[in-house]
Every structure is written in structure tokens, then in C-alpha cells.
Design a protein around this ligand. Structure first.
Ligand SMILES: NC(=O)c1ccc[n+]([C@@H]2O[C@H](COP(=O)([O-])OP(=O)(O)OC[C@H]3O[C@@H](n4cnc5c(N)ncnc54)[C@H](O)[C@@H]3O)[C@@H](O)[C@H]2O)c1
Length: 264
């Protein structure tokens, strides 16, 4: 491992291979597109194998380099397979975006163990073991790299029906700091992007919820997938070389506080 930052940048530039989990659709697909535009070859890992393959085929048709791999991040053998296929098909991955995540609604009183485990295993355990796989392959190859985790404003502001989700994303924020401490000396930065509400798919929220929500966002709109992809790409780039262990909230100002006026 070189401690010369210029040499590190050169070596990372020579190995522009990224793994994006959950990259078959939604925010992940936007991150895939953005990193591909930045010149990365991408391994798209998604448990919807067909969507991952379709995304990779669409990029390949545009002259980009991508492979789609069926991968359930809750399963460690799937993660090993994703990284092995990325390395064999594209070269050693040096960038990981831990985007795969689920956000079902389950009221706390009715929560089952299965509900809890599904969310924590996907959002937290899967992100940790993908990060470990990236760090192992980068260090084995003597390279430097970086990891971008995807948390949520739910890490900082609770949502009814999302106790498991909020807990998982708060843990992702802290995991980001812990991994930055352990991986920093290995030449691997670890950062996080925390989106506010993003209309990643149709029917995500009702029209009424949408209207009420917008009234709480100083920027006056709901997030777009590219809002998140832009910040993820920045965190993955050499422009963020001295940013480590940080979480950037991308929410149009939603978390700034109450937008209620006490008196006229
Ligand atoms: N959409 C939002 O409002 C919002 C807000 C804050 C944070 N986020 C976070 O952003 C990320 C992407 O969300 P989205 O809205 O694009 O979701 P989405 O459901 O549109 O896409 C998620 C992708 O992850 C994949 N995936 C789910 N479980 C997986 C698993 N076990 N293994 C591999 N792939 C899996 C899905 O197949 C899908 O392609 C998630 O981590 C989510 O928690 C979303």
C-alpha cells in the first residue's frame, strides 16, 4: 500500500471497477448509471437477477462495461460469488456502493421476528459483509478503495411503522464511522449518503402524504434518484479524498427542524 496520495489516486484510477448492490432499479440504478458515466465498469448485484442483467445489458448497449449478478446480500455465499464474478469479469473492485435495502411498514406491536430479521439482515448485515468483501479484495490486491453506504433520514428521525428500518439505518451510520476507523489505515475510505424521501418507484406514497411531506421540505420538492446518485458519486471520487466516516444527508432540508410558525 502506498502512502503517497498521488500514487494512490493513480492506482485507483487504473482500477475503476465498482460493485453496486441493489442496482437493478430505483436509487441503485441511478447510482449505476452515474458511476458508469464516470468511467467505472460496474458489477450490479441484485436479488432480482433479471433486473440486474437487464440493467447491465442496457449499459453494454450504450458502450459501457457492466455485468449483472443475482445476489441476495443476506447470504454470505452470494456476496462471495458477486465479488468473485466482479473480479473475474471486470477486475478487482475498488469501489462498493451498499445500496440494497428494504423499507416495509410493520407496526411495532405486530412486528414478527421474520419482519425484523429481513430488514436488519438486508440493510445492516448485508452492508457489513459486502464492505468486508470489498476491503479484503482491495487489500489482497495491494490497492486503495472506498465504500459508500446508503442510510436514510430515518436514521435520525423516526417514522411510524419503521422501527426496524430506522434502527437498521442508524446502525449503518455508526457502522460507517467504525469501518472508517478500521479501513482508513488500509487506504479505504468509508462514507454514507442518507436520502430523504425519494420517489424511486411509482406508488411509494399516497398523493396526500406527498403533499404534506413537501410542505415539510424547505427545498419544496421530493427527492429524485439523481440527487442521491450525484452525492454517492462525489463520495466515491478523488474529490472526496479527505472525507472519511461521514454521512451526507440529502433531503432538501427536511431534517432541519419544524416548519411550523408559532404565531403570525
Ligand atoms: N426511496 C426512498 O425514499 C429512500 C429514502 C431513504 C433511503 N432509501 C434507501 O435507498 C436504497 C434504495 O432504495 P430504493 O427506494 O431505490 O428501493 P427499491 O426497492 O426501488 O430498490 C432496491 C433494490 O435493492 C434490491 N434488493 C432488495 N433486497 C435485496 C437483497 N437482499 N439483496 C440484493 N438486492 C436487494 C431490490 O431488488 C431493488 O433492486 C435503500 O437502501 C433504501 O433504504 C430510500
Amino acid at each position: 500500500m502506498s502512502s503517497d496520495p498521488k500514487k494512490s489516486d493513480d492506482r485507483m484510477a487504473a482500477h475503476r471497477v465498482a460493485v453496486v448492490t441493489g442496482g437493478g432499479r430505483g436509487i441503485g440504478a441511478a447510482i449505476v448509471r452515474r458511476l458508469a458515466a464516470d468511467g467505472y465498469a460496474i458489477a450490479i448485484g441484485d436479488y432480482l437477477a433479471d433486473e440486474a442483467s437487464a440493467m447491465a445489458a442496457a449499459l453494454t448497449a450504450e458502450g459501457k462495461t457492466a455485468i449483472g449478478v443475482g445476489c441476495d446480500v443476506r447470504r454470505l455465499p452470494d456476496i462471495a460469488d458477486l465479488f468473485a464474478k466482479a473480479k473475474a469479469g471486470l477486475g478487482v473492485p475498488t469501489v462498493l456502493v451498499n445500496n440494497a435495502g428494504i423499507y416495509p411498514n410493520h407496526p411495532a406491536l405486530a412486528m414478527t421476528e421474520e419482519n425484523w430479521d429481513q430488514v436488519l439482515d438486508t440493510n445492516l448485515k448485508g452492508s457489513f459483509f459486502c464492505a468486508q468483501a470489498l476491503a479484503r479484495s482491495v487489500t489482497e490486491a495491494g490497492l486503495t478503495g472506498c465504500i459508500v453506504n446508503v442510510a436514510s433520514t430515518s436514521a435520525f428521525s423516526a417514522r411510524v411503522g419503521a422501527c426496524h428500518y430506522s434502527a437498521s439505518k442508524a446502525a449503518v451510520v455508526m457502522m460507517t464511522k467504525s469501518l472508517a476507523q478500521e479501513f482508513g489505515p488500509l487506504g479505504i475510505r468509508v462514507n454514507c449518503v442518507a436520502p430523504g424521501l425519494v420517489e424511486a418507484k411509482e406508488g411509494l406514497v399516497t398523493e396526500d402524504y406527498r403533499r404534506q411531506f413537501i410542505s415539510m421540505v424547505p427545498s419544496g420538492r421530493i427527492g429524485r434518484v439523481d440527487d442521491i446518485a450525484n452525492v454517492a458519486a462525489f463520495l466515491a471520487s478523488p474529490a472526496a479524498d479527505y472525507v472519511n466516516g461521514e454521512t451526507i444527508v440529502v433531503d432538501g432540508g427536511f431534517l432541519t427542524g419544524r416548519s411550523l410558525q408559532r404565531s403570525s
